[in-house]
Design a protein around this ligand. Structure first.
Ligand SMILES: CC(C)(COP(=O)(O)OP(=O)(O)OC[C@H]1O[C@@H](n2cnc3c(N)ncnc32)[C@H](O)[C@@H]1OP(=O)(O)O)[C@@H](O)C(=O)NCCC(=O)NCCS
Length: 247
């Protein structure tokens, strides 16, 4: 009886995973459920995880790890069999995703390829992130340690997050910092973590201005005017406007 209810629960979880992919993946438009099961690595990895996790909870030895290992070999997605994952997780593309042993993921979460929910070193106990409901984590983002990612948060691609993230916020950068909370830009001193200064470009800009000034002085003193700047010398301007990484 317990085995039957476990089986029914796993089947329900898999059905909701497929539905999540159908709703959130634009390329799934018009694709049938079986084709998605056969062709979406994120769904295959979750299917394997749902089975492995149920076996792990029932105390079956070795087999859950073997299933997780085989799923990783097949999909490139590594989910520890003990990780707790809520309903409707969507792993887009998936390759390179790593979900650690003590990670906890809520409902309706979206992960892109290359996301790591990892530990920071050799700690024991709870050492991986807890991701609340409806969080989106961009490709290549690394979330490290037993941090809490508040519900509805968005983590920008390639961010490295090592601190708790407030609910309904957008966090970007290395290390990750909130740039939006409840849709509003984060104000205050020292809050622009996107348009960071570029000291090398600044130094070159100053040097180039000094060379131009010296050339002008030499010309005024009767020296030969310098040849015009070669074509491959570009003027440096501070970066302005919207970051091209924007969602
Ligand atoms: C973070 C993200 C979800 C957008 O969230 P959002 O709440 O809509 O935020 P916005 O687009 O308004 O961006 C907020 C600011 O962060 C910047 N930003 C967005 N993503 C960023 C990133 N990954 N790295 C650095 N800065 C980023 C934006 O340029 C914007 O800057 P501004 O304040 O100067 O305007 C999106 O940019 C992102 O990274 N998505 C992941 C997509 C992905 O991985 N796709 C892979 C498909 S295969």
């Amino acid at each position: 009886m317990a085995a039957f209810s476990s089986l029914a629960r796993v089947a329900g979880e898999i059905r909701r995973d497929v539905e999540a992919a159908r709703q959130r993946d634009p390329s799934a438009l018009g694709v049938g459920r079986f084709e998605m099961l056969a062709g979406w690595p994120g769904i295959q990895a979750l299917l394997a995880h749902r089975v492995a996790h149920a076996l792990h909870r029932s105390g079956v030895p070795a087999l859950p790890r073997a299933i997780a290992y085989a799923a990783r070999a097949l999909t490139g997605i590594e989910i520890h069999h003990a990780a707790r994952i809520g309903e409707g997780l969507f792993i887009d593309h998936g390759s390179g995703v790593v979900i650690g042993e003590t990670a906890v993921i809520g409902d309706g979460v979206t992960l892109y390829q290359g996301v790591t929910l990892g530990g920071t070193g050799f700690e024991t106990g709870k050492r991986h992130p807890t991701v609340q409901d409806n969080v989106t984590i961009g490709s290549g983002a690394k979330l490290l340690g037993p941090i809490e990612i508040g519900h509805g948060a968005k983590i920008g691609a390639n961010s490295v997050v090592v601190r708790d993230v407030p609910p309904n916020s957008t966090v970007v950068g290395v290390p990750g910092h909130p740039v939006r909370i409840d849709g509003r830009r984060v104000e205050g001193p020292d809050t622009d973590w996107i348009h960071l200064p570029d000291p090398v470009a600044d130094a070159m800009r100053v040097l180039s201005a000094r060379v131009a000034e010296l050339e002008r002085m030499v010309t005024e003193m009767g020296g030969t005017p310098p040849a015009s700047a070669p074509e491959n010398v570009h003027h440096l301007h501070p970066v302005q406007g919207r970051n091209p990484a924007g969602g």
